[in-house]
Design a protein around this ligand. Sequence first.
Ligand code: FE2
Length: 376
Amino acid sequence: MMTEVSLSQDGDVLTLQTAKGPLRFHAIWLRDNAIDGATRDASNGQRLITLADLSPETTLSAAEVTGDQLTLTFQPDGHCVTYDVRWLAENAYDRPQPRDAGQLADGVEAWDGALNAAVPTGQYPALVADGTARRDWLSALRRYGFAKLTDLPVEEGNLYKIVDLFGYVRETNYGRHFEVRTEVNPVNLAFTGLGLQAHTDNPYRDPVPSIQVLSCLDNSAAGGENMVVDGFACALRLKAENPEGFDLLAKYTARFSYTGSAGVKLQSRRPMIELDPDGTLRGVRFNSRSIAPLTDIPFDDMQAYYAAYRQLSDIIDDTAMEVIFKLEPGEAFVVDNTRVLHARKGYSGEGSRWLQGCYADKDGVLSTLAALEETA
Ligand code: FE2
């Protein structure tokens, strides 16, 4: 089909006819997104101008189509720019943009205990050798917020090899990595043999560590299974059962703190359920051990807020929501700590259990995945 375009009478808007219908673009948007050597660096794609370089009265005076190329003339400066029509269609914003509170981003899927039948898992040697396998594993990590690995070398520090698959370690006051095993004088409940309620790690940090890696080196004690719960699925279930409660947990900031070591006083002020401005679920923070006094909820809403908090806690504790697996030495799992809660079942003193953990950043996961999606 021949590409057809038209300009509005005042030159403010271009309309591009496509097989899926008309797409409108504002003159100022087109001018700001010009792909020419004067506007963007040809090698790295970075913009060379600021908005102050463009007239606030930018309009279009001419539009000419040659094949897939569209050449536009802007006023008042008479600047001419050529666009690829396919690029315009791919970047169009004149489309339905849903704004439902609790909607999920593309490529993200909520899950419950049914996922026990298909725990996303990758074999470490294959993930190293094969870009397609790595892409699929990272895609599962994006979709479900967690993924297992098997066939790692059983050696101290093997968790760094995992992080090398997608990014960089995020060091904290717990170190570059931390050891998870029984200690006589625990400074943190994670190092004892008690079972733990499912939680997200370190909600008292802002930004929170967005990826956690836990790698198993020894697991001969009875029990001690790992459990994960989808915070997004729990939030959506709360919304279905108690929409006002969902709104309260999204609307008000909770507070979290950690002061367990000398010289450390970590504090954050973020909602338990975090939404993007368009309502997309962005994150869940839940950790009964490190929640601080809640002081950002008005008196009149506190009772209902606590009821919603308890209801979310009950949903998280519902065994129908959990996926359980016992890690063997040489196995590990990676969790999106902005979304998926993790827990450990209690274990006995017989035998031993040794895991190493570290944090990393989710933007590295998404960046590596996006690059692999273009090439692998
Ligand atoms: Fe934890």
